[in-house]
Design a protein around this ligand. Structure first.
Ligand SMILES: Nc1ncnc2c1ncn2[C@@H]1O[C@H](COP(=O)(O)OP(=O)(O)OP(=O)(O)O)[C@@H](O)[C@H]1O
Ligand SMILES: [Mg+2]
Length: 349
Protein backbone atom coordinates (compact mmCIF):
# COMPACT_ATOMS: atom_id res chain seq x y z
CA UNK A 1 0.00 0.00 0.00
CA UNK A 2 1.44 3.31 -1.07
CA UNK A 3 -1.53 5.49 -0.33
CA UNK A 4 0.30 7.52 2.33
CA UNK A 5 3.08 8.62 -0.01
CA UNK A 6 2.69 12.09 -1.58
CA UNK A 7 1.27 11.68 -5.06
CA UNK A 8 -0.23 8.30 -4.24
CA UNK A 9 -2.83 9.45 -1.72
CA UNK A 10 -6.41 9.40 -2.94
CA UNK A 11 -8.01 12.80 -3.25
CA UNK A 12 -11.17 13.48 -1.28
CA UNK A 13 -14.34 12.95 -3.25
CA UNK A 14 -17.92 14.28 -3.02
CA UNK A 15 -20.71 12.19 -4.54
CA UNK A 16 -24.27 13.16 -5.38
CA UNK A 17 -25.79 9.70 -5.34
CA UNK A 18 -29.13 10.35 -7.03
CA UNK A 19 -32.12 8.24 -8.00
CA UNK A 20 -31.56 9.22 -11.64
CA UNK A 21 -27.94 10.37 -11.88
CA UNK A 22 -24.73 10.05 -9.89
CA UNK A 23 -22.11 12.81 -10.05
CA UNK A 24 -18.57 12.53 -8.73
CA UNK A 25 -16.55 15.59 -7.67
CA UNK A 26 -12.85 15.10 -7.03
CA UNK A 27 -10.99 17.54 -4.82
CA UNK A 28 -9.03 20.09 -6.83
CA UNK A 29 -10.50 18.81 -10.12
CA UNK A 30 -14.24 19.46 -9.98
CA UNK A 31 -16.94 17.19 -11.42
CA UNK A 32 -15.18 14.34 -13.22
CA UNK A 33 -18.12 12.05 -13.86
CA UNK A 34 -21.87 12.29 -14.37
CA UNK A 35 -23.68 9.07 -15.22
CA UNK A 36 -27.17 7.59 -14.85
CA UNK A 37 -27.52 5.55 -11.64
CA UNK A 38 -28.07 2.27 -13.48
CA UNK A 39 -26.31 -1.08 -13.32
CA UNK A 40 -26.72 -3.99 -15.75
CA UNK A 41 -26.10 -7.39 -14.19
CA UNK A 42 -26.11 -11.02 -15.14
CA UNK A 43 -28.97 -12.33 -13.00
CA UNK A 44 -27.46 -15.79 -12.68
CA UNK A 45 -23.77 -15.12 -12.05
CA UNK A 46 -24.29 -11.71 -10.41
CA UNK A 47 -21.57 -10.26 -12.64
CA UNK A 48 -21.76 -6.51 -13.34
CA UNK A 49 -21.95 -6.07 -17.12
CA UNK A 50 -22.31 -2.32 -17.50
CA UNK A 51 -22.75 0.78 -15.35
CA UNK A 52 -24.05 4.27 -16.12
CA UNK A 53 -25.15 5.38 -19.59
CA UNK A 54 -24.22 2.08 -21.18
CA UNK A 55 -26.46 0.25 -18.69
CA UNK A 56 -29.23 2.83 -19.08
CA UNK A 57 -29.47 2.09 -22.79
CA UNK A 58 -30.26 -1.51 -21.86
CA UNK A 59 -33.30 -0.71 -19.67
CA UNK A 60 -36.35 -2.45 -21.08
CA UNK A 61 -34.23 -4.12 -23.78
CA UNK A 62 -32.50 -6.90 -21.87
CA UNK A 63 -32.83 -10.65 -22.45
CA UNK A 64 -34.03 -12.69 -19.47
CA UNK A 65 -30.56 -13.34 -18.14
CA UNK A 66 -29.60 -9.67 -17.86
CA UNK A 67 -31.30 -7.07 -15.71
CA UNK A 68 -30.65 -3.34 -15.86
CA UNK A 69 -31.63 -1.87 -12.50
CA UNK A 70 -31.65 1.42 -10.65
CA UNK A 71 -30.39 0.68 -7.12
CA UNK A 72 -32.01 3.78 -5.58
CA UNK A 73 -35.62 4.82 -5.23
CA UNK A 74 -36.79 8.16 -3.89
CA UNK A 75 -33.20 9.13 -3.18
CA UNK A 76 -32.49 6.17 -0.90
CA UNK A 77 -30.72 2.86 -1.45
CA UNK A 78 -33.05 -0.04 -2.18
CA UNK A 79 -30.43 -2.48 -3.45
CA UNK A 80 -27.33 -2.42 -1.29
CA UNK A 81 -25.06 -4.75 -3.29
CA UNK A 82 -25.82 -3.06 -6.59
CA UNK A 83 -25.22 0.40 -5.09
CA UNK A 84 -21.89 -0.78 -3.73
CA UNK A 85 -20.89 -2.17 -7.14
CA UNK A 86 -21.93 1.06 -8.82
CA UNK A 87 -20.01 3.24 -6.36
CA UNK A 88 -16.91 1.07 -6.68
CA UNK A 89 -17.05 1.39 -10.46
CA UNK A 90 -17.52 5.16 -10.35
CA UNK A 91 -14.68 5.60 -7.85
CA UNK A 92 -12.38 3.56 -10.05
CA UNK A 93 -13.38 5.63 -13.07
CA UNK A 94 -12.76 8.89 -11.21
CA UNK A 95 -9.03 8.72 -11.75
CA UNK A 96 -7.95 7.80 -8.25
CA UNK A 97 -4.57 6.18 -7.56
CA UNK A 98 -4.90 2.43 -7.81
CA UNK A 99 -4.57 1.62 -4.13
CA UNK A 100 -5.89 4.88 -2.68
CA UNK A 101 -8.92 4.86 -0.41
CA UNK A 102 -10.57 8.29 -0.62
CA UNK A 103 -12.53 10.10 2.02
CA UNK A 104 -16.06 10.75 0.82
CA UNK A 105 -18.77 13.30 1.30
CA UNK A 106 -22.07 11.72 0.31
CA UNK A 107 -25.22 13.73 -0.35
CA UNK A 108 -28.43 12.46 1.26
CA UNK A 109 -32.01 13.75 1.09
CA UNK A 110 -33.00 15.74 4.18
CA UNK A 111 -35.82 13.33 5.01
CA UNK A 112 -33.74 10.14 5.35
CA UNK A 113 -33.98 7.82 8.33
CA UNK A 114 -31.02 6.60 10.41
CA UNK A 115 -31.23 3.22 8.69
CA UNK A 116 -31.15 4.83 5.23
CA UNK A 117 -28.16 6.98 6.26
CA UNK A 118 -26.37 3.93 7.60
CA UNK A 119 -26.91 2.18 4.26
CA UNK A 120 -25.18 5.07 2.43
CA UNK A 121 -22.22 4.98 4.81
CA UNK A 122 -21.90 1.18 4.68
CA UNK A 123 -22.17 1.04 0.87
CA UNK A 124 -19.52 3.78 0.57
CA UNK A 125 -17.14 1.99 2.88
CA UNK A 126 -17.73 -1.32 1.14
CA UNK A 127 -16.98 0.41 -2.19
CA UNK A 128 -13.59 1.51 -0.89
CA UNK A 129 -14.04 4.74 1.09
CA UNK A 130 -11.74 5.38 4.03
CA UNK A 131 -14.12 7.77 5.80
CA UNK A 132 -17.61 9.02 5.05
CA UNK A 133 -19.38 12.27 5.88
CA UNK A 134 -22.93 13.10 4.93
CA UNK A 135 -24.35 16.38 3.71
CA UNK A 136 -28.03 17.11 3.22
CA UNK A 137 -28.88 17.73 -0.41
CA UNK A 138 -30.71 21.06 0.05
CA UNK A 139 -27.64 22.51 1.80
CA UNK A 140 -25.36 21.24 -0.96
CA UNK A 141 -27.76 22.60 -3.61
CA UNK A 142 -27.78 26.02 -1.95
CA UNK A 143 -23.98 26.17 -1.76
CA UNK A 144 -23.71 24.97 -5.37
CA UNK A 145 -26.19 27.62 -6.49
CA UNK A 146 -23.85 30.24 -5.05
CA UNK A 147 -25.98 31.25 -2.05
CA UNK A 148 -24.15 32.48 1.02
CA UNK A 149 -25.90 30.17 3.44
CA UNK A 150 -23.84 31.21 6.47
CA UNK A 151 -25.65 34.56 6.70
CA UNK A 152 -28.51 35.05 9.18
CA UNK A 153 -30.91 35.43 6.28
CA UNK A 154 -33.60 33.13 4.94
CA UNK A 155 -32.95 31.30 1.66
CA UNK A 156 -35.24 28.80 0.03
CA UNK A 157 -34.15 25.92 -2.17
CA UNK A 158 -36.41 23.51 -4.06
CA UNK A 159 -34.67 20.45 -5.54
CA UNK A 160 -36.80 18.28 -7.83
CA UNK A 161 -34.85 15.13 -8.67
CA UNK A 162 -35.80 11.84 -10.27
CA UNK A 163 -37.35 10.37 -7.14
CA UNK A 164 -37.62 13.11 -4.53
CA UNK A 165 -38.60 16.72 -4.14
CA UNK A 166 -36.93 18.60 -1.34
CA UNK A 167 -37.96 21.99 -0.13
CA UNK A 168 -35.85 23.73 2.49
CA UNK A 169 -35.48 27.11 4.13
CA UNK A 170 -31.90 27.71 5.21
CA UNK A 171 -30.36 30.28 7.55
CA UNK A 172 -27.03 30.41 9.38
CA UNK A 173 -25.80 27.35 7.51
CA UNK A 174 -28.64 25.11 8.69
CA UNK A 175 -31.98 23.88 7.49
CA UNK A 176 -34.67 25.63 9.52
CA UNK A 177 -37.80 24.20 7.87
CA UNK A 178 -37.95 21.44 5.30
CA UNK A 179 -40.23 19.08 3.48
CA UNK A 180 -39.20 15.96 1.61
CA UNK A 181 -41.65 14.48 -0.85
CA UNK A 182 -41.27 11.09 -2.49
CA UNK A 183 -42.35 12.51 -5.83
CA UNK A 184 -39.91 13.45 -8.58
CA UNK A 185 -39.40 13.20 -12.32
CA UNK A 186 -40.05 9.45 -12.40
CA UNK A 187 -43.49 9.82 -10.88
CA UNK A 188 -44.25 12.31 -13.67
CA UNK A 189 -42.98 9.75 -16.22
CA UNK A 190 -45.24 7.11 -14.62
CA UNK A 191 -48.19 9.45 -14.98
CA UNK A 192 -47.41 9.80 -18.71
CA UNK A 193 -47.24 5.98 -19.09
CA UNK A 194 -50.52 5.53 -17.20
CA UNK A 195 -52.22 8.08 -19.44
CA UNK A 196 -51.05 6.30 -22.60
CA UNK A 197 -52.32 2.98 -21.27
CA UNK A 198 -55.69 4.33 -20.22
CA UNK A 199 -56.47 6.77 -23.01
CA UNK A 200 -54.78 5.04 -25.96
CA UNK A 201 -54.37 1.42 -24.85
CA UNK A 202 -50.65 1.79 -25.55
CA UNK A 203 -47.80 0.36 -23.47
CA UNK A 204 -44.58 2.41 -23.62
CA UNK A 205 -41.17 2.03 -21.97
CA UNK A 206 -39.80 4.24 -19.20
CA UNK A 207 -37.39 6.05 -21.54
CA UNK A 208 -40.16 6.89 -24.00
CA UNK A 209 -42.30 8.24 -21.14
CA UNK A 210 -39.44 10.49 -20.02
CA UNK A 211 -38.86 11.70 -23.58
CA UNK A 212 -42.55 12.58 -23.95
CA UNK A 213 -42.52 14.50 -20.65
CA UNK A 214 -39.46 16.51 -21.67
CA UNK A 215 -40.72 17.16 -25.20
CA UNK A 216 -44.39 17.90 -24.56
CA UNK A 217 -44.75 18.45 -20.80
CA UNK A 218 -45.19 21.80 -19.17
CA UNK A 219 -45.66 23.03 -15.61
CA UNK A 220 -47.43 26.21 -16.65
CA UNK A 221 -51.10 26.49 -15.73
CA UNK A 222 -52.23 26.53 -19.36
CA UNK A 223 -51.46 23.72 -21.77
CA UNK A 224 -49.36 24.32 -24.88
CA UNK A 225 -50.45 23.17 -28.34
CA UNK A 226 -47.62 20.87 -29.49
CA UNK A 227 -48.10 17.29 -30.66
CA UNK A 228 -45.87 14.24 -30.89
CA UNK A 229 -46.05 10.86 -32.59
CA UNK A 230 -45.39 8.08 -30.07
CA UNK A 231 -44.71 4.41 -30.69
CA UNK A 232 -45.40 1.54 -28.33
CA UNK A 233 -47.21 -1.78 -28.07
CA UNK A 234 -50.97 -1.81 -28.39
CA UNK A 235 -52.45 -3.60 -25.39
CA UNK A 236 -55.39 -4.98 -27.33
CA UNK A 237 -53.63 -6.42 -30.37
CA UNK A 238 -50.19 -6.87 -28.79
CA UNK A 239 -48.70 -5.32 -31.93
CA UNK A 240 -46.53 -2.21 -32.38
CA UNK A 241 -48.60 0.91 -32.94
CA UNK A 242 -48.14 4.67 -33.05
CA UNK A 243 -50.46 7.43 -31.84
CA UNK A 244 -50.31 11.21 -32.01
CA UNK A 245 -50.30 12.82 -28.58
CA UNK A 246 -51.39 16.36 -27.86
CA UNK A 247 -49.67 18.61 -25.31
CA UNK A 248 -52.95 19.16 -23.47
CA UNK A 249 -53.24 15.42 -22.66
CA UNK A 250 -49.76 15.42 -21.15
CA UNK A 251 -50.53 18.63 -19.29
CA UNK A 252 -53.50 16.86 -17.74
CA UNK A 253 -51.45 13.73 -16.93
CA UNK A 254 -48.78 15.76 -15.09
CA UNK A 255 -51.27 17.90 -13.17
CA UNK A 256 -51.52 15.85 -9.95
CA UNK A 257 -47.77 15.33 -9.52
CA UNK A 258 -47.04 19.02 -10.11
CA UNK A 259 -49.84 20.00 -7.76
CA UNK A 260 -48.24 17.89 -5.01
CA UNK A 261 -44.88 19.59 -5.59
CA UNK A 262 -46.46 23.07 -5.48
CA UNK A 263 -48.36 22.17 -2.28
CA UNK A 264 -45.12 21.06 -0.61
CA UNK A 265 -43.55 24.43 -1.45
CA UNK A 266 -46.53 26.37 -0.10
CA UNK A 267 -46.75 24.27 3.07
CA UNK A 268 -43.06 24.85 3.77
CA UNK A 269 -43.62 28.59 3.35
CA UNK A 270 -46.52 28.45 5.79
CA UNK A 271 -44.30 26.81 8.40
CA UNK A 272 -41.47 29.34 7.94
CA UNK A 273 -40.95 31.75 10.87
CA UNK A 274 -42.05 35.33 9.98
CA UNK A 275 -38.59 36.98 9.89
CA UNK A 276 -37.28 34.35 7.52
CA UNK A 277 -40.45 34.47 5.43
CA UNK A 278 -39.92 38.23 5.09
CA UNK A 279 -36.35 37.57 3.87
CA UNK A 280 -37.65 35.14 1.27
CA UNK A 281 -39.79 37.79 -0.40
CA UNK A 282 -36.47 39.44 -1.29
CA UNK A 283 -34.10 36.49 -1.74
CA UNK A 284 -36.71 34.42 -3.60
CA UNK A 285 -36.67 30.69 -4.34
CA UNK A 286 -33.77 28.90 -6.04
CA UNK A 287 -34.68 25.84 -8.10
CA UNK A 288 -32.34 22.87 -8.52
CA UNK A 289 -32.48 19.26 -9.79
CA UNK A 290 -33.38 18.03 -13.26
CA UNK A 291 -37.13 18.22 -12.60
CA UNK A 292 -37.13 22.03 -12.56
CA UNK A 293 -36.04 21.98 -16.22
CA UNK A 294 -39.64 21.09 -17.08
CA UNK A 295 -40.94 23.85 -19.29
CA UNK A 296 -42.60 26.67 -17.30
CA UNK A 297 -41.59 25.36 -13.86
CA UNK A 298 -40.13 28.59 -12.44
CA UNK A 299 -43.10 30.60 -13.70
CA UNK A 300 -45.53 28.21 -12.04
CA UNK A 301 -43.69 28.48 -8.70
CA UNK A 302 -43.83 32.28 -8.93
CA UNK A 303 -47.50 32.19 -9.76
CA UNK A 304 -48.37 29.82 -6.90
CA UNK A 305 -46.27 31.51 -4.21
CA UNK A 306 -46.18 35.12 -5.34
CA UNK A 307 -42.42 35.08 -4.81
CA UNK A 308 -39.53 35.42 -7.25
CA UNK A 309 -38.15 32.03 -8.37
CA UNK A 310 -35.11 31.31 -10.51
CA UNK A 311 -33.31 28.24 -11.80
CA UNK A 312 -29.82 27.61 -10.42
CA UNK A 313 -27.17 28.17 -13.09
CA UNK A 314 -26.76 24.44 -13.56
CA UNK A 315 -29.71 22.62 -11.92
CA UNK A 316 -28.41 19.11 -12.69
CA UNK A 317 -24.95 19.66 -11.20
CA UNK A 318 -25.48 22.11 -8.38
CA UNK A 319 -25.78 19.49 -5.58
CA UNK A 320 -22.48 17.91 -6.66
CA UNK A 321 -20.80 21.30 -7.05
CA UNK A 322 -22.03 22.40 -3.63
CA UNK A 323 -20.86 19.26 -1.86
CA UNK A 324 -17.55 19.62 -3.70
CA UNK A 325 -17.22 23.19 -2.47
CA UNK A 326 -17.93 21.99 1.07
CA UNK A 327 -15.21 19.38 0.57
CA UNK A 328 -12.65 21.96 -0.57
CA UNK A 329 -13.61 24.09 2.41
CA UNK A 330 -13.06 21.46 5.00
CA UNK A 331 -9.77 20.53 3.49
CA UNK A 332 -8.70 24.17 3.81
CA UNK A 333 -9.37 23.73 7.53
CA UNK A 334 -7.14 20.65 7.66
CA UNK A 335 -5.72 20.19 11.09
CA UNK A 336 -8.83 21.71 12.62
CA UNK A 337 -12.00 19.81 13.29
CA UNK A 338 -13.64 18.20 10.28
CA UNK A 339 -17.16 19.38 9.93
CA UNK A 340 -19.02 21.58 7.49
CA UNK A 341 -21.58 23.87 9.04
CA UNK A 342 -22.96 22.37 12.21
CA UNK A 343 -21.95 18.81 13.13
CA UNK A 344 -25.60 17.88 13.78
CA UNK A 345 -26.27 18.30 10.07
CA UNK A 346 -23.10 16.56 8.93
CA UNK A 347 -22.82 13.50 11.01
CA UNK A 348 -19.53 11.67 11.17
CA UNK A 349 -20.50 8.03 11.07
N1 LIG B 1 -35.63 19.16 -19.66
C1 LIG B 1 -36.24 18.45 -18.70
N2 LIG B 1 -37.55 18.59 -18.47
C2 LIG B 1 -38.16 17.88 -17.52
N3 LIG B 1 -37.54 17.01 -16.69
C3 LIG B 1 -36.23 16.83 -16.88
C4 LIG B 1 -35.49 17.53 -17.87
N4 LIG B 1 -34.19 17.13 -17.81
C5 LIG B 1 -34.12 16.22 -16.83
N5 LIG B 1 -35.34 16.04 -16.26
C6 LIG B 1 -35.71 15.11 -15.19
O1 LIG B 1 -34.84 15.30 -14.09
C7 LIG B 1 -34.78 14.08 -13.33
C8 LIG B 1 -33.35 13.82 -12.93
O2 LIG B 1 -32.91 14.88 -12.15
P1 LIG B 1 -31.66 14.74 -11.17
O3 LIG B 1 -30.49 14.24 -11.90
O4 LIG B 1 -31.54 16.03 -10.44
O5 LIG B 1 -32.21 13.60 -10.20
P2 LIG B 1 -31.41 12.82 -9.05
O6 LIG B 1 -30.57 13.78 -8.31
O7 LIG B 1 -30.71 11.65 -9.63
O8 LIG B 1 -32.63 12.29 -8.17
P3 LIG B 1 -32.94 12.47 -6.62
O9 LIG B 1 -32.33 13.76 -6.18
O10 LIG B 1 -34.44 12.47 -6.54
O11 LIG B 1 -32.36 11.27 -5.95
C9 LIG B 1 -35.35 12.98 -14.23
O12 LIG B 1 -36.61 12.59 -13.73
C10 LIG B 1 -35.48 13.67 -15.59
O13 LIG B 1 -36.60 13.19 -16.32
MG1 LIG C 1 -30.71 14.88 -6.60
Amino acid sequence: MLSWLPGFAARDVAIDLGTANTLVYVQGRGIVLSEPSVVAMDTISGEVLAVGSEAKRMIGRTPARISAVRPLRHGVITDFEVTEAMLRYFLRRSDQPRFGRPRLIMCVPSGVTEVEMRAVVDASRAAGARGVQLIEEPLAAAIGAGLDIAEPRGRMVVDVGGGTTEVAVISLGQIVVSESLRIGGYELDDAVSAHLRQAHGLAIGAQTAEDIKIELGSASSVAGDGALEVRGRHLGSGLPKSVVLGASEIHEALADGLEAIMSAIKETLERTPPELAADLTRTGIVLAGGGVLLDGFAGRVEQETGMPARLADSPLTCVATGSGMALEEFDAMAGGHRSIGRPKRHRQL
